[in-house]
Design a protein around this ligand. Structure first.
Ligand SMILES: *[C@@H]1O[C@H](CO)[C@@H](O)[C@H](O)[C@H]1NC(C)=O
Ligand SMILES: *[C@@H]1O[C@H](CO)[C@@H](O)[C@H](O)[C@H]1NC(C)=O
Length: 431
């Protein structure tokens, strides 16, 4: 039969420490299980096994809402059926470059970004049946040249213009096993028609109707026109200069070719989700001196290539859980001049930095609570580990991973006994 190796796959985060133990297989599993009660919602248990020399990662029925993180990159088959995943972000499977099959059936998917399957150039089977998808662009399929089996049935497909490219692709004769049995749910006149058979012209009957339909799709509302209100320069790098313009919002319609955007010295207090989605090429973003005090999750969505982010001289006390996840290629974070509060809420930022050692950052100094005011965050974290001098000496970076995970656990109220014994914990949520 198959060798079953228990593996805890972290939902979102893992310290370097847990990475090491995770690879050691089932060691300490019992202890982890005992704690499952307390941290159940945050830790998922996936099972990894080999069959016919191919590695499977089985995370079915785990109530997952996002794609789990795995440290083994050689997974061939990823089973995510019957979870609660609602959307797939660009590069959602970047850590599974060798996948041959991906089972996402019976989730709650309604949204799949165009590059969600980027990098899956070996994938042959993709199962998306029994979800809530109503549209999907053909572009989503482009990164998967070897796709042979695609299941799309039992999704409420809206047979209108936005589905046109997908339908035409499915109908190419060589794509015989792509999209069989999938049917239109809307509009009423096309209900029940099969995507494989429907005449593509019916999806887009009049040009006028297309234009009317467009705005229904998840479009950014134009609040402000970046090009009218700010200066743009094309040389030497395409720059949008909105410095000191009294802006209270991120201007809409940042042109997609802009590489550098300077929004410093304005009055943008709050960043809402998807403020920068049009600025696909942005490498550098300056939000310094705005009085910023809140950044919502997905605010940086779409800034896939951002390398430099200046958040200095604002009113930030912490960074909310999840906010930095969209910044795949960030290299420099300027954080000084903010009233960082060194308590539980700062841990997401610390943890994220620990997991991204290539990110140069500056200015992370506690301003509160009073007992830590003026401390660097590194020193704040070390206070939790006074008993273990060897870690202090080895901690070259801002905060050693072990030191930090100790902090987390204490604040989670999970008492783990002697520190060498706690290596069995594989993950926890930070907020
Ligand atoms: C951002 O703008 C501020 C002032 O407008 C400037 O001092 C700072 O150097 C800029 N940051 C970056 C990373 O260019
Ligand atoms: C910090 O921001 C405030 C406005 O929020 C501004 O008045 C001040 O000049 C800025 N300080 C620096 C050093 O840029």
């Amino acid at each position: 039969m198959r060798v079953i190796m228990a593996l805890f796959v972290l939902l979102a985060f893992s310290s370097v420490q847990s990475r090491r133990t995770g690879q050691r297989g089932g060691r300490g599993r019992g202890r982890g299980r005992n704690r499952m009660g307390a941290i159940k919602r945050f830790v998922s248990e996936c099972v990894e096994y080999m069959e016919s020399r191919e590695k499977y990662l089985d995370c079915q029925d785990q109530q997952l809402t996002i794609v789990p993180i795995s440290w083994s990159r050689d997974t061939f088959h990823l089973l995510l059926a019957r979870n609660r995943i609602q959307g797939l972000r660009d590069n959602a499977f970047g850590q599974f470059p060798h996948l041959r099959s991906l089972d996402l059936q019976q989730n709650e998917l309604t949204r799949i970004e165009k590059q969600a399957f980027a990098g899956l150039d070996q994938l042959t089977t993709l199962l998306l049946q029994h979800n809530g998808l109503h549209t999907l662009s053909e572009e989503v399929l482009l990164p998967m040249p070897h796709l042979r089996f695609l299941r799309l049935y039992d999704n409420p497909w809206h047979c209108k213009c936005s589905l046109d490219t997908l339908v035409r692709t499915l109908q190419v004769p060589s794509n015989r096993y792509l999209g069989n049995y999938a049917k239109c749910a809307e509009p009423p006149r096309l209900k029940g028609e099969k995507l494989k058979r429907i005449r593509p012209e019916l999806l887009c009957p009049h040009l006028e109707e297309n234009i009317l339909q467009e705005p229904q799709d998840d479009k950014v509302k134009i609040k402000f026109d970046a090009v009218d209100s700010c200066h743009t320069y094309m040389f030497p790098t395409p720059l949008l200069d909105c410095q000191n313009r009294g802006l209270t919002n991120v201007p809409a319609g940042i042109p997609p070719d802009i590489v550098k955007a300077d929004l410093s010295r304005n009055k943008i207090r709050h960043l809402r989700p998807k403020e920068f989605v049009t600025a696909k090429d942005l490498r550098s973003l300056n939000l310094s001196s705005n009085g910023l005090d809140g950044i919502e999750i997905a605010a940086f969505n779409g800034l896939l290539y951002l390398r430099e982010l200046d958040l200095s001289n604002n009113s930030l006390q912490h960074i909310q859980y999840g906010v930095l996840e969209d910044l795949y290629f960030i290299r420099r974070l300027v954080l000084g001049g903010n009233p960082w509060v060194c308590d539980y809420n700062i841990h997401y930022l610390l943890y994220w930095l620990r997991l991204h050692p290539g990110v140069y950052h500056s200015g992370l100094v506690c301003q509160a609570p009073p007992e830590f005011a003026g401390w660097t965050v590194r020193d704040y974290v070390r206070t939790y580990d006074g008993k273990c001098p060897e870690d202090q000496m080895s901690g070259q970076d801002d905060f050693g991973g072990e030191v930090l995970s100790e902090t987390m656990k204490q604040e989670n109220g999970i008492l783990l006994g002697p520190r060498r014994g706690r290596k069995t914990v594989k993950g926890m949520r930070l907020s």
